[in-house]
Design a protein around this ligand. Structure first.
Ligand code: TYD
Length: 218
C-alpha cells in the first residue's frame, strides 16, 4: 500500500526489553520541543477493543478452558484486526491532519513474533502474515532498536513484572535475529537498525538521527 500523502509515520520496533516504549515517548517529547504541533505517540497492541483483549491474552488474564494460549495463526489474525482498527481510529486521522504518528510496534512485530512462534522456520508463515497486513499503510521509517538478548532479558528482569507470552529467552534470541534481517522481510520499506545499548539519552540521540535521516533534507 502507498505511503500516506500527508504527515509522518514512524514505527519503533525491537525485542521485549529493547526499549521501544521508552524511546517512542522520548522521541515524541523531542519533536514537541522542536515545535511540531501534532505529535501522537501510540502503540500496538492498541488501546482499542481488540488490542485490549490481546493484552489480556499476553498477560494470561484470558485463557481458554484447557488453559492454552491461542496459537500463532490466531494471534496473527487478532494483531492484524487490531491494526486495522488502530489505523482507522488513530493513525490515519493524525496523518490526514498533517501530524506525526510514532507507533511503539506495528506489522513488523507480527512478522517477527508470529513467524518465530509458528516454529515453521519462517518463510511460509512470513508470507501469510504479510498478506494479512497488505493493506496496512506503510511507515515512512521503521527504527529497530538492536539489543543483545541477554541485556534485554536483564532489563525485563529488573522491571519485576511476570513474563508475558513471548518472553522466554530462546524465543527472544530468535526474534533478535529476525529483526536484524528485517529489511529482507519487508522489501521496499525504509528500515534503520539502531544500536539500543547505552543510556536512554545515548540511544535517543541515535533514534533522533535516524528520524532526521528520513525527513530532513541534507
Ligand atoms: P509490549 O510492546 O512489550 O508491551 P508492554 O509494554 O505491555 O509489555 O508487548 C506487546 C507484546 O506483543 C510483545 O511481546 C510483542 C507482541 N506482539 C506480537 O506478538 N505481534 C504484534 O503484531 C504486536 C504488535 C506485538
Amino acid at each position: 500500500m502507498a505511503q500516506p500523502v500527508r504527515g509522518r509515520f514512524v514505527v519503533v520496533e525491537g525485542i521485549d526489553g529493547a526499549g521501544t516504549t521508552t524511546q517512542t515517548a522520548r522521541l515524541a517529547d523531542r519533536l514537541r520541543v522542536d515545535g511540531l504541533a501534532l505529535v501522537r505517540a501510540t502503540r500496538e497492541p492498541s488501546e482499542g477493543p481488540i488490542g485490549s483483549m490481546v493484552r489480556q491474552i499476553l498477560t494470561g488474564r484470558i485463557v481458554a478452558p484447557e488453559g492454552r494460549a491461542p496459537g500463532w495463526a490466531t494471534m496473527a489474525l487478532l494483531f492484524a484486526a487490531d491494526r486495522v482498527d488502530h489505523v482507522e481510529s488513530t493513525i490515519e486521522p493524525v496523518l490526514a491532519a498533517g501530524g506525526v504518528v510514532l507507533s511503539d510496534r506495528y506489522d513488523a512485530s507480527s512478522l517477527a513474533y508470529q513467524s518465530v512462534s509458528s516454529g515453521r522456520g519462517g518463510d511460509d508463515a512470513v508470507e501469510w502474515i504479510r498478506s494479512l497486513n497488505r493493506h496496512a499503510v506503510r511507515p515512512h521509517i521503521t527504527i529497530v532498536l538492536d539489543v543483545a538478548p541477554d541485556l534485554a532479558a536483564a532489563r525485563r528482569e529488573s522491571r519485576g513484572e511476570p513474563a508475558q507470552l513471548y518472553e522466554q529467552n530462546e524465543v527472544q534470541r530468535a526474534l533478535a535475529l529476525f529483526y536484524r534481517n528485517l529489511a529482507k522481510h519487508i522489501p521496499g520499506d525504509r528500515i534503520v537498525i539502531v544500536d539500543g545499548t547505552g543510556s536512554v539519552e545515548t540511544v535517543h540521540d541515535r533514534v533522533y538521527a535516524a528520524y532526521q535521516s528520513a525527513f530532513i533534507p541534507r
